[in-house]
Write a protein that binds this ligand. Structure first.
Ligand SMILES: *[C@@H]1O[C@H](CO)[C@@H](O)[C@H](O)[C@H]1NC(C)=O
Ligand SMILES: *[C@@H]1O[C@H](CO)[C@@H](O)[C@H](O)[C@H]1NC(C)=O
Ligand SMILES: *[C@@H]1O[C@H](CO)[C@@H](O)[C@H](O)[C@H]1NC(C)=O
Ligand SMILES: *[C@@H]1O[C@H](CO)[C@@H](O)[C@H](O)[C@H]1NC(C)=O
Length: 519
């Protein structure tokens, strides 16, 4: 049981007198009755897009990992893209929790029928411990929590729900040898047939630090503490980084690579981008998951967040009104960022809400605003994979763009990433400001207009070209798990799993947007 800070309790008490549903301590929501029709219409449009993508996947690709939405073929991305996703029906597992919150019974039961047939002991590819954890373990455990709880009536066969937990345990039992190292820091790339690995001497910050939520949830649900202990042992090296002088250049902000044999950080290279990102995300989310067991994780997140505001906050010279996060390494700052990094606004907003820190909420909204600008400034209305605001290196052909937009494009691809929609979702749910619903809707309409094919949605090569340049013929499974979920939930009714202002959240989203019940 968490205790509300007094100021927030009073604010909530006052707000509850006038607004009986949800109270927004940080901003006054615009009158919502005028908007109710819009929200329903928009929520239905996202459901339509989800169904369209599911139909194409079911017809041309199921039970492979993903659809090739231009050629109507399929992929098991282990082979095609060198990213290990195992060929265990990634898109189907990733669709489950989204189908649940959309109350799409047909898709839910199609996935439930499929789950018992997956053989997690067999795959031809190397397996990424991180990707497999966030997509498969996260997806199955979320399905289990929702179907054992508020959505129990959606499963045609209640026994199929128990299989989600059995299969989660089966999968973790296959994977857990990865932690059998001198330090307990796991190998990320493993061969489950030989119980071998890729002989890497290091593991990364995010790949090591984004296991703790799923493996802890599995222990809490099964009563077998081994899974949580393995993930916590690995995380212990990240919470107390050594050698300190190298590994933690600013309080809470740490380097990127950790030696598997010694537990020592190999660098002090700091970012909130790919490779580092969800380590910070999970420090806070573990506290939301269980504030008693994970209070020290929250303390580390607060240190990181305060250092980020002090040291990494950066404004483009051409658009000082915008805020992005720089990277830092050994005395120098990097003025570039990624679509992946744009989860940052959502993390600050959640932290601000849960910890009653309006400075974090305000900073989170600044970050959301900057990432939103990466969408509104391009020809397609979709933001790029990588961008920069280093004014000393603007390419000549992008100078006018940099002047107006505040960034220039380093990689113009869009592979159906969710992070901007994710942070906009937090902005709406925590402030109640209707403007964020409009931002999300405009981004969704742009994605639907540019990426949609006859069988699904495809990544594109250039967000700043008419029609997105060309299509890359790949539909990442996170389209189902994340893009569709965040685009939908922002307009959807106030269900118990929706992120809420204050510290009353009883559900927590994993980094793949699979929603887990808090402890
Ligand atoms: C995994 O190990 C097995 C058994 O040693 C081997 O046959 C297979 O080629 C390995 N797989 C990969 C992807 O390296
Ligand atoms: C890792 O090293 C072992 C022992 O030297 C070797 O047999 C194995 O093939 C290596 N695996 C990879 C993926 O390089
Ligand atoms: C940091 O930069 C200094 C020079 O600016 C260099 O001498 C030193 O080797 C660098 N340290 C690391 C760990 O790269
Ligand atoms: C999405 O695209 C389809 C196909 O062009 C169209 O029928 C539908 O109205 C679009 N939805 C939205 C919300 O724009």
């Amino acid at each position: 049981m968490r205790v509300l800070p007094l100021s927030l309790s009073l604010a909530l008490a006052v707000l509850f007198l006038v607004e009986p549903s949800v109270a927004y301590p940080y901003a006054k929501p615009a009158s919502s009755s005028r908007r109710r029709g819009d929200s329903e219409y928009r929520a239905d449009a996202v459901k339509e897009a989800f169904q369209h993508a599911w139909n194409g996947y079911k017809k041309y690709a199921f039970p492979h990992d993903e659809l090739h939405p231009v050629s109507d073929g399929y992929g098991d991305s282990r082979i095609d893209y060198g990213i290990h996703r195992n060929g265990w029906g990634a898109s189907a597992i990733e669709a489950l929790s989204t189908a649940l919150v959309m109350r799409n019974e047909e898709v839910v039961n199609q996935v439930l029928d499929f789950v018992p047939s997956i053989d997690y002991t067999k795959t031809e590819s190397m397996v990424s411990l991180f990707e497999t954890t966030i997509r498969y373990l996260g997806g199955m455990l979320s399905g289990y929590d929702l179907l054992k709880g508020p959505l129990a009536d959606m499963a045609t066969d209640p026994a199929a729900v128990d299989v989600l937990l059995t299969q989660s345990k089966n999968l973790a039992d296959v994977l857990k040898f990865a932690f059998d190292t001198p330090t307990g820091i796991p190998y990320n790339n493993i061969n489950i047939t030989s119980r071998g690995n890729d002989n890497s001497s290091t593991n990364g910050l995010a790949t090591t630090g984004t296991l703790i939520l799923e493996w802890t949830r599995l222990s809490d649900l099964t009563g077998d503490t081994e899974y949580a202990e393995l993930a916590q042992k690995a995380e212990s090296y990240l919470l107390d980084p050594q050698p300190r002088a190298l590994a933690e250049p600013f309080p809470g902000l740490v380097g990127s690579d950790i030696d598997i044999a010694t537990g020592q950080f190999q660098d002090g290279s700091v970012s909130w981008g790919g490779g580092d990102d969800s380590f910070y995300e999970y420090l806070l989310k573990m506290y939301v998951y269980d504030p008693e067991r994970f209070e020290s994780y929250k303390d580390r997140w607060v240190e990181a967040a305060e250092s980020t505001m002090e040291h990494l906050k950066s404004h483009p010279s051409s658009r000082p009104d915008l805020t992005f996060l720089a990277t830092y390494d050994n005395g120098s700052y990097g003025l570039s960022s990624q679509h992946l990094t744009c989860f940052d606004g959502g993390s600050f907003l959640l932290g601000g809400a849960v910890l009653d820190r309006s400075d974090f909420v305000d900073f989170g909204l600044e970050l959301v605003n900057g990432c939103h600008d990466t969408y509104t400034q391009t020809v397609t209305g979709i933001g790029p994979e990588e961008f920069s605001w280093d004014s000393s290196a603007v390419p000549a052909n992008q100078e006018p763009f940099y002047e107006k937009a505040g960034f220039y494009i380093l990689d113009g691809g869009y592979v159906l990433r969710p992070e901007v929609l994710e942070s906009i979702y937090y902005a709406y749910r925590i402030t109640g400001d209707e403007r964020y619903r409009d931002w999300s809707w405009e981004a969704f309409v742009a994605i639907n207009a540019t990426c949609r094919t006859d069988s699904g949605f495809s990544g594109i090569t250039d967000v700043n070209a008419v029609d997105g340049g060309s299509m890359d013929d790949n539909e990442e499974s996170f389209l189902f798990a994340e893009v569709m979920k965040y685009a939908y939930l922002i307009h959807a009714p106030d269900d118990e799993w929706q992120v809420k202002p204050g510290d009353s959240n009883t559900w927590v989203f994993n980094t793949e947007a699979h929603i887990l019940a808090a402890a």
